[in-house]
Write a protein that binds this ligand. Structure first.
Ligand code: SF4
Length: 424
């Protein structure tokens, strides 16, 4: 079978590069001049709308870490952090970020600033807490630990929402003190309105993957859209970007254009990708003309395809709800099962791929049980793979390829047998 390389390429790829470059330029400007103010934040459950109320720019260590991994630059900073004493089984995002800071490595041309505020929007993963404590200490930046309770019931309680809203208001006061800028409530509301619109557009894009063929890959291509989603969600540029993206996808869908001449398999992917081998990993699926029609990873920054939106009428509450309930990392395992089950049924997928990431306990703990549930209880063909999202030492290329080939060979055989039986 020939090696296939396929991906969605359109205007949005160029636009995405421009937007992300512009973001790094603004961070470089902040590093050189101290303006605009910046806040280091986590992607998951980020409150980027609040920063817009100060004209401040988010700084996401996870994006920097993954950019380094995609460019094959992550091992050097990881080794620096390990020499310093970080354990081999520590989250490799943390090690890459800390090592890069110590070595002065950046994924872009310019510099990264010392953030005006290290804002630990802790949702779900307790690694965030220690990571951001280390960042604040190393960089000599003020730290605010935003404590977001884990989602223990289907919906967050009134007390949990109020608890987060009060902290967000405290963050506003803290940022006013640090930046010397007055919080602009109208601009904040406008930012929440932009987020709501972006969420609507992003959701429409994701629903297009229900078509057969899907006009894009909702795992590999979705990652292209995720950068602007986190950095620009609360801005008019974000709205414009997602309007262009939706239009392009709609045109492809109208012409029945998929990723391949013929889409053979539709899968759901759970877990982050192996960024150091992103292209190689993608090609292993392309070889089988397998398209991801949905993914849990693309809901790290927000779970919008099931209808939730930021409400501009209640901006603080909307941000709190996003942090508490509308991102995959702050939700419990059974809710993740249900999310995947819906993807498989409603997006009409043939199977499930679980990518276990050695670094990331938040995503990976319990995935063995998850495989059993989908295979044995629901009868969904499920493939379980293991590597890492940042550390290239944990990607076994030949073994991964063999397992993916075996999985699709078996599925191909099943499809053939089924169509023979139906033809009788
Ligand atoms: S453990 Fe996972 S969720 Fe937590 S910081 Fe690392 S990569 Fe992110």
């Amino acid at each position: 079978m020939t090696q296939a390389r396929s991906e969605y390429r359109g205007q949005i790829h160029q636009r995405q590069k421009e937007l992300m470059l512009k973001w790094y330029e603004r961070l470089d400007q902040a590093a050189r001049t101290g303006t605009p103010p910046t806040a280091a934040m986590m992607i998951s459950g980020n409150c980027v709308e609040l920063l817009e109320g100060f004209g401040a720019v988010p700084l996401y260590p996870e994006i920097n870490a993954l950019q380094m991994a995609i460019r094959h630059q992550s091992l050097e900073p990881i080794l620096v952090a390990e020499e310093l004493g970080y354990a081999a089984d520590n989250c490799a995002y943390v090690k890459a970020d800390i090592g890069a800071w110590l070595k002065g490595l950046t994924p872009a041309e310019g510099k990264l600033p010392v953030p005006s505020l290290v804002l630990c929007n802790f949702v779900g993963c307790n690694t965030y807490i220690k990571w951001f404590e280390h960042v604040a200490e190393l960089q000599g930046a003020p730290l605010y630990m935003l404590d977001v309770p884990f989602l223990r019931t289907d919906e967050p309680s009134r007390a949990d929402i109020d608890y987060v809203v009060r902290q967000l208001q405290e963050v506003v006061t803290r940022l006013e003190e640090i930046t010397g800028r007055k919080f602009d409530l109208d601009r904040f509301r406008q930012a929440v309105r932009c987020s709501s619109r972006v969420e609507e557009l992003w959701s429409e894009i994701k629903h297009l993957a229900k078509r057969a063929p899907s006009p894009f890959d909702a795992y590999f291509d979705a990652i292209t859209l995720m950068g602007p989603l986190y950095v620009y969600r609360a801005t008019p540029e974000g709205v414009e970007f997602f309007e262009v993206a939706l239009k392009e996808m709609q045109e492809k869908a109208a012409q029945q254009q998929g990723l391949f001449d013929r889409e053979k398999f539709r899968v759901v992917i759970e877990g982050p990708p192996p960024y150091p081998y992103f292209r190689t990993f993608r090609d292993m699926f392309a070889k089988w003309k397998a398209c991801a029609v949905a993914s849990t990873y693309s809901t790290v920054g927000g779970l919008w395809e099931f209808g939730a939106r930021h409400d501009p009428e209640q901006p603080f509450e909307a941000v709190a709800l996003h942090m508490l309930a509308q991102n995959v990392t702050n939700r419990n395992y059974l809710q993740r099962y249900e999310q995947i089950r819906r993807y498989i049924e409603e997006w009409n997928a043939d199977g499930l791929i679980i990518h276990f990431v050695k670094s990331c306990r938040l995503f990976s703990a319990g995935q063995g049980d998850m495989r059993d549930y989908f295979t044995k209880t629901l009868g969904i063909p499920t493939l379980y793979l293991e590597s890492d999202l940042e550390d290239p030492r944990y990607f076994a290329e030949a073994q991964t390829r063999n397992r993916i080939d075996a999985y699709f060979e078996a599925m191909e055989h099943q499809h053939l047998t089924r169509s023979h039986q139906e033809a009788r």
